[in-house]
Design a binder for this molecule. Structure first.
Ligand SMILES: NC(=O)c1ccc[n+]([C@@H]2O[C@H](COP(=O)([O-])OP(=O)(O)OC[C@H]3O[C@@H](n4cnc5c(N)ncnc54)[C@H](O)[C@@H]3O)[C@@H](O)[C@H]2O)c1
Length: 249
């Protein structure tokens, strides 16, 4: 029970990595609130909240609702995200703005709301943790994903800025990022569906991974769990690749 007694708020919890993280956190003893714009599955193991991460006021409402129903929030996972493909020659300004609004601004608003909501208790020794989902595409460039790479690079360095601020101000809140490569989720399924030859694309991605396969949402959730838990009490501002070795090459 690695999160016994903790309350966690997870954005993007209706699907994929966020959903898997919510289930794992609940198994590990956390009380979980999920925030999403999409409908939640009927077996969601916690409090489903309507949260559009791009809307400032939604964040305040989500933290207030989680605290009212479950108790003060100890952990925030910023898992909501969207992917739109397009090289620098193809990507439209509208696409850039959509991707930056959810992935970069949404994570900024989430971190800010979390620090405001958590710092009083965290400073008294309770501690607090934020885990941001960046991407392997926030560590290395991908020519097909101009806006997505930029948004995930922003998440990587926002994480370090938040971590340093919280550490230097003695707030007791840690902030770290995880960097998955290709993990089997509905987001990846949509990418395969849009491809001219999905089987060829899948085989290519598997070949590109030094471990020779795609990841699973649970493998990403396990890394998020570690960084959210007290086992990572001396880790802040760190970036953890969950990519089968992709970015080690
Ligand atoms: N699957 C991968 O291979 C992979 C790789 C690297 C990074 N990631 C990142 O992991 C995170 C989760 O992705 P996933 O693969 O589980 O995708 P997913 O599409 O299965 O889940 C993303 C969730 O975010 C929600 N969401 C989108 N916009 C939102 C908004 N404005 N407000 C609130 N919720 C919103 C969606 O409704 C969805 O439930 C994303 O940040 C993604 O960029 C995924």
């Amino acid at each position: 029970m690695r999160l016994a007694g903790k309350v966690a708020l997870i954005s993007g919890a209706a699907s994929g990595i966020g959903r898997e993280t919510a289930a794992l956190f609940a198994r590990e003893g956390a009380k979980v609130a999920g925030g999403d714009i999409a409908p939640f599955p009927s077996d969601f193991p916690g409090l489903p909240l309507r949260l559009d991460v791009t809307r400032e006021e939604n964040w305040e409402e989500a933290f207030a609702a989680a605290e009212r129903e479950l108790g003060p929030v100890d952990v925030l996972v910023n898992a909501a995200g969207i992917a739109e493909s397009g090289s620098i020659e193809e990507a439209s300004l509208e696409s850039w703005r959509r991707v930056m609004a959810v992935n970069a601004e949404g994570t900024f608003l989430g971190c800010r709301a979390a620090v405001r909501a958590m710092k009083e208790r965290a400073m008294k020794g309770r501690g607090g943790a934020i885990v941001n989902i960046s991407s392997a595409a926030g560590l290395v460039g991908d020519p097909r994903l101009a806006a997505y790479c930029a948004s995930k690079g922003a998440v990587r360095l926002l994480t370090k800025s938040v971590a340093l601020h919280c550490a230097r101000a003695g707030l007791g809140i840690r902030c770290n990022s995880v960097h998955p490569s290709f993990a089997e989720t509905p987001m990846l399924e949509r990418m395969f569906d849009a491809a001219r030859d999905p089987a060829r694309l899948r085989a290519g991605l598997e070949r590109a991974s030094p471990l020779g396969r795609l990841g699973t949402a649970l493998e990403v959730a396990e890394a998020i769990l570690f960084l959210a838990s007290d086992a990572a009490s001396f880790i802040t501002g760190a970036e953890l690749a969950i990519d089968g070795g992709l970015t080690a090459a």
